[in-house]
Design a protein. Structure first.
Length: 99
């Protein structure tokens, strides 16, 4: 996996964990253009299953993709079936929901 996709850089942690979390380069090329860069220290982009289906990405019906960013650095990403807890846990973060 490259260390940069579009204008986003991939952290070492992201590159190591992306493989076992089934997050590949074609998926990122479909999702990253829809993410806006935040001025806050931490941003959580929650990609809903409906958006993923429109882009031709098949997942479990309730799985959201959560991307954690620091400006243009993609720190980590994971699949989550109940992302609601993130709103309580990460109160100081900037959230973007992609439908």
């Amino acid at each position: 996996m490259p260390n940069q996709i579009l204008e986003f850089y991939l952290s070492h942690h992201f590159i190591l964990r992306a493989w076992d979390r089934s997050i590949d380069t074609p998926l990122l090329y479909k999702v990253l253009p829809h993410i806006t860069v935040s001025k806050k220290e931490k941003k959580l982009a929650i990609v809903n299953p409906s958006f993923l289906n429109i882009k031709g990405i098949t997942t479990k019906p309730s799985n959201c993709l959560v991307l954690v960013l620091k400006y243009k650095l993609l720190k980590t990403a994971f699949w989550c079936d109940h992302p609601d807890y993130l709103f309580q846990k990460e109160k100081s973060s900037d959230f973007q929901i992609i439908d």
